[in-house]
Design a protein around this ligand. Structure first.
Ligand code: ADP
Length: 491
């Protein structure tokens, strides 16, 4: 029989879900039917004349198609980048280089609305996220690194930083424009030229960025953007005239890249997978912590390498936290990513949805308790209800492997030592979260957690001035901040 509390909650949830639709207008963005490669300042078809479709994961409809670069195209792009590096970019006064990067930053900002719409349509993330986080943060990275261009002697005191040459940069689909800015901005600021390859499911904002770069009058060849899948990425990695590889993506591909460049002089940074622990102590502000957990794993469909996908709760507040979490996810709005009220958008691709569902099956097969919100999913596109597993064993595959979806595992702990032991007992080490009222506990935990970033009483906070990167199988090297300049220079 439904209790009074159940009825009150039901009313609350129903009214949350009954918000009138508030879709963002698509009119300020034009998506062209076809995108060519951006090489040496011009758009041109691939030499194999092949194109691949990019679809809207919220509807399954084709949005556009992008050229598939083969090894000959990669070679052409690398040659253009080398030529631009030798003849122009490395000789240009740093102050002038900085002006170009500032120009890109301002133009991204001016076209922010268009970028946000295209990002959401191509990738499936809620417009609120692309509008309020992805695009402004991408512009901020260009602004931040533009500022460093003529100040490298302050970044590296008593040393003369020299650029490396041509950087090959490969990025994933979860933050397409933001990852492009993380990679391109520090490379240009330090005097390198670039060949960037976006992910095959989300090429569109990178191609919009190519338009911006062309309009910004960047010397031809300084930035080249080539689209394609894994084989295009592999051709870039294996090109003999590349000086540096910057890769963000899966640990599996990261290992392939590491093997491919072994024995060469190529420098490398790898930002790979994650399985972040979020640790709630009994003295934490519980409501705030629950909101942080939701933000950390559900608001972004779990499509974040640093997503807080493992929750550890101190035993005495376990029931309270699980109850509040269940109540909160029941209010989350899952659906049209273009709607400004949507909390959880579309899963990026069918392949990714299948992978997440496979892990849910594994969790159920291993006998853990699962709870999913009762919301109604759209009848087309790739969507998933926010999912929680409780009573999970530490050794379970769902607690050990990266799922990259809105799936949270929950375990309890009694002491600080147990929390540290469990949190560190994982192959990854990208990020972690600690929720407690005690500053001393925060310092104790941050010193012992093997994670590149530890957030205290907050989660998923980013700033261009702050470095980001991992331990263990989460990769190495740092991006962002002063640290992010280092991988692009030599002394
Ligand atoms: P995800 O699981 O996040 O899609 P991937 O590692 O598969 O991550 O892909 C990240 C990026 O790496 C994409 O741009 C993809 O095309 C590229 N990629 C895939 N395989 C290779 C490879 N063998 N060499 C270089 N790049 C690759």
């Amino acid at each position: 029989m439904a209790t009074k509390r159940d009825n009150t909650l039901k009313l609350k949830f129903d009214s949350a879900r009954k918000l009138s639709p508030a879709p963002e207008s698509r009119s300020s963005a034009t998506i062209r039917p076809r995108y060519d490669l951006f090489i040496n300042g011009k758009f041109e078809p691939s030499s194999g004349k092949k194109y691949f479709d990019t679809i809207n994961p919220a509807t399954g409809e084709k949005l556009s198609e992008a050229a598939e670069a083969n090894a000959a195209d990669v070679d052409k792009a690398v040659k253009a980048a080398r030529n631009a590096y030798e003849k122009c970019w490395k000789k240009m006064p740093a102050k002038e280089r900085g002006k170009y990067v500032f120009r890109i930053a301002r133009m991204v900002q001016e076209r922010a609305r268009e970028f946000a719409i295209v990002e959401t349509m191509d990738g499936g993330k809620p417009i609120r996220e692309s509008r309020d986080f992805d695009i402004p943060t991408a512009a901020n990275h260009f602004f931040y690194y533009a500022g460093w261009a003529d100040k490298l002697e302050y970044a590296f005191p008593n040393r003369t930083a020299k650029s490396l040459g041509v950087a090959g940069q490969i990025i994933p689909w979860n933050f397409p424009l933001l990852m492009a800015s993380w990679k391109i901005a520090p490379a240009l600021a330090t005097g390198n030229t670039v060949v960037l390859k976006p992910a095959e499911t989300t090429p569109l904002t990178a191609m919009l960025l190519a338009e911006v770069i062309q309009e910004a009058d960047l010397p031809p060849g300084v930035v080249n953007i080539i689209t394609g899948g894994g084989s295009t990425g592999a051709a870039l990695v294996n090109h003999p005239d590349i000086n540096k590889i910057a890769f963000t993506g899966s640990t599996e591909v990261g290992k392939i890249i590491q093997r491919a460049i072994a024995g060469t002089s190529k420098k490398i940074t790898l930002e790979l997978g994650g399985k972040a622990p979020n640790i709630i102590f009994d003295d934490a502000p519980i409501d705030q912590a629950v909101e942080g957990v939701v933000n950390g794993i559900f608001f972004n469909q779990g499509h974040v390498c640093c997503a807080g996908s493992r929750l550890y709760v101190q035993e005495s507040v376990m029931n309270d936290v699980v109850r509040k979490l269940r109540d909160r996810i029941e209010t989350l709005i899952v659906g049209d990513p273009m709607d400004k009220n949507t909390d959880i958008g579309a899963i990026n691709s069918k392949q990714q949805l299948d992978k997440i569902n496979k892990y849910i099956k594994i969790g159920l097969g291993e006998g853990y308790d699962m709870y999913q919100s009762s919301c109604v999913l759209p009848d087309r596109g790739f969507f998933l209800r926010p999912t929680i597993f409780t009573n999970v064993a530490q050794s379970s595959r769902i607690a050990q492997e990266e799922i990259f979806g809105p799936v949270l595992t929950i375990q309890s702990f009694r002491t600080d030592e147990e929390a540290i032991e469990k949190a560190n007992n994982n192959p990854y080490g990208l990020s972690a979260g600690v929720w407690t009222d005690k500053g001393s506990k925060i310092f104790n935990m941050t010193a012992k957690l093997r994670a590149g970033v530890v957030w205290a009483n907050t989660f998923n906070k980013f700033d261009p001035a702050s470095p980001f990167g991992g331990y263990k199988e989460s990769g190495y090297g740092r991006e962002g901040g002063l640290h992010g300049l280092q991988p692009y220079v030599t002394f």
